[in-house]
Design a protein around this ligand. Structure first.
Ligand code: ZN
Length: 330
């Protein structure tokens, strides 16, 4: 009898070892690439210090008798959650806390922001940052020729974040045609803001309009060698995003701000839909930390805790896909 029990126990042990081998869901602990960092000042989202709650747009119970910017200010000075992500009081702390987290997680990242601040961050942490070139037409008075010159001079490596959407200029707007052409000519990777924005965005930026991933189709069709990644993964338009990823195998996405913008279950449902459709090899980690360095850790943990991702998929998202997209091994 004793022998039989022992044999059964050994058998069960083998079974569970086999199923654990089938689906390895360990957290990924290797080096990480963040495709969506900003060199923000501490007051980049209103008076510093301020804080935000993950799932920021849920259950706001908003009455428009209070102007939206005031309501947003209130949510950030008195965040209605137990563990808000706290931003620091000074610009130096935003930089230094971002760098400290990047050290902890062995990270590199694409950094966008004003040129002077990018240089400052690069000097504070050599080899951590790939220079991005933030661009928002109407706000920034810079021609496509000037962007071309900046790139040729080595001022930046990635044209991101393109935030034209905040000024109502959508991805296929002819006003941006010449810039897309420069990116295609010089093989410049482009990261473009697409999908939604902060809650109540049109009350903060009057020209802001929603756009779905379909808005970029004409551009991808016109410039078939162009390397584009859709920032924020076109959230929440999973169907349109899947259609574009299916039709344009050169297209990638990043996960920037989804750890904050959506309740975690909704972020997971969206991410799982893209992964289930077979696009786990084109999703890149992005934090979009802005003035809240803690967003980086929140974002990494969200990927590592996702119950539907395997270890290999976590590694792809947190590192390998970005290496391929940016051709970092060449
Ligand atoms: Zn964005």
């Amino acid at each position: 009898m004793k022998t039989i029990i022992c044999m059964l126990a050994a058998f069960c042990c083998l079974c569970s070892a086999a199923s654990a081998r089938d689906k390895d869901t360990r957290a990924y602990k290797g080096p990480i690439i963040d495709m969506h960092l900003h060199a923000y000042p501490a007051d980049g989202n209103g008076p510093a210090p301020n804080a935000v709650c993950p799932g920021v747009a849920a259950n706001l119970q908003y009455d428009p008798k209070t102007p939206w910017p005031a309501k947003m200010g209130e949510l950030m000075t008195d965040p209605p959650c137990e563990n808000p992500i706290q931003g620091p009081a000074t610009d130096e702390e935003v930089r230094d806390q971002t760098i400290a987290i990047m050290k902890k997680y062995k990270m590199k990242g694409v950094l966008s922001g004003p040129a002077g601040r990018i240089v400052d961050w690069q000097e504070a942490a050599p080899d951590f940052f790939i220079a991005g070139r933030e661009l928002s037409l109407k706000r920034d008075d810079v021609s496509a020729e000037e962007i071309e010159t900046e790139f040729v001079n080595g001022d930046f490596q990635v044209l991101a974040e393109v935030t034209n959407q905040y000024r109502g200029i959508l991805a296929d707007d002819p006003a941006f045609d010449a810039y897309w052409a420069v990116a295609a000519k010089h093989d410049i990777p482009v990261g473009i803001h697409l999908g939604v924005g902060p809650p109540g965005a049109p009350m903060l930026y009057p020209d802001f309009r929603v756009q779905t991933p379909l808005q970029i189709e004409a551009i991808l069709n016109r410039h078939q060698n162009l390397r584009v990644y859709i920032m924020h993964a076109g959230f929440p338009f999973a169907d349109d995003m899947k259609a574009m990823l299916y039709l344009y195998p050169q297209l990638y996405v990043d996960t920037g701000v989804l750890q904050l913008a959506a309740p975690r279950e909704d972020y997971y449902a969206f991410l799982e839909e893209l992964v289930r459709a077979g696009f786990g090899d084109r999703i890149m980690f992005g934090s979009d930390q802005m003035n809240w360095p803690g967003m980086i850790e929140e974002g990494i943990n969200a990927i590592n805790d996702a119950p539907f991702l395997t270890y290999e998929q976590k590694k792809d998202i947190l590192h390998d896909n970005a290496v391929r997209f940016l051709r970092l091994e060449e």
